[in-house]
Design a protein around this ligand. Structure first.
Ligand SMILES: NC(=O)c1ccc[n+]([C@@H]2O[C@H](COP(=O)([O-])OP(=O)(O)OC[C@H]3O[C@@H](n4cnc5c(N)ncnc54)[C@H](OP(=O)(O)O)[C@@H]3O)[C@@H](O)[C@H]2O)c1
Length: 218
């Protein structure tokens, strides 16, 4: 199975790349520019020499991977999807990580998205034959990328069908110390994106970078 990350050079993308590779995935780190992807892979290999990571353009990620994480700044998501929509292979599983977060006077705020959530925005721009789930929206990059630290939290997965959610949970269950929680249909993404804004606000208030979620009682 080939796993790739659109926006693999960003804070979240590189953390995700490192965490997935440490869980045994062979990961393509994507960028709009191959030299930025190569620089990111070189940095990650300097810190973690054994990880299976390769540099790629976003186009290569889209056209060659079975599982594609979308981890770009939300402002760039529409442009990236419009540019590459026709290159996705039928049946590809896209896992949306984006959150439409902005800072107003230092306060983390969710941007209004006409479709209702970033995940719904992404769905509207993907070909029908591409399958969509959302995950890793509520884990901060600063925790995800620290491979010497256990995650010790839950991560929420939602998707456009129960089968897609189950497949995504099975896939991501290879990541140690992370419990995956079935959050239901894609409409749950709106709530998860708000939870991210809440976690960022908590981090600011407590001067931390590690706030994340754990559900009790299940
Ligand atoms: N950081 C976190 O802790 C965290 C946690 C959960 C979810 N998220 C979400 O995950 C996504 C990525 O977060 P991040 O912190 O990694 O963001 P980021 O560092 O700002 O951007 C990630 C990557 O997106 C690409 N990019 C930036 N502007 C773009 C544009 N206009 N068009 C196309 N690509 C563009 C860049 O890659 P290239 O220039 O190499 O193409 C960049 O390295 C965001 O939607 C964020 O809300 C972040």
């Amino acid at each position: 199975m080939h796993v790739g990350i659109i926006g693999g050079t960003g804070h979240e993308g590189r953390a995700l790349a490192a965490r997935l590779a440490s869980a045994g995935f062979d990961v393509l780190v994507g960028s709009r520019a191959i030299d930025r992807a190569q620089a990111t892979v070189a940095e990650l290999h300097a810190a973690h020499p054994v990880l299976l990571l390769r540099a790629a353009t976003n186009r290569d990620v889209v056209s060659s991977c079975d599982v594609v994480f979308l981890s770009v700044a939300f402002a760039g998501a529409g442009e990236i999807l419009d540019a590459h929509a026709s290159s996705f292979r039928a049946g590809t599983l896209v896992i949306d990580v984006t959150v439409p977060l902005a800072f107003r006077d230092g306060v983390p705020t969710l941007l209004e998205v006409a479709e209702g959530s970033a995940a719904a925005f992404v769905r509207a721009r993907l070909p029908r034959e591409v399958r969509l789930a959302a995950a890793f929206k509520t884990i901060p990059a600063s925790i995800l990328g620290r491979l010497d630290s256990p995650l010790e939290c839950d991560e929420f997965v939602c998707g456009e069908s129960p089968e897609i959610v189950a497949e995504t949970i099975a896939l991501l269950s290879r990541v140690p110390t992370l419990r995956l929680v079935d959050a239901g249909g894609l409409e749950a993404a709106a709530t998860l994106e708000r939870m991210t804004a809440l976690a960022v606000a908590i981090n600011k208030r407590y001067r931390k970078r590690s706030a994340r979620f754990r559900v009790v009682g299940i």
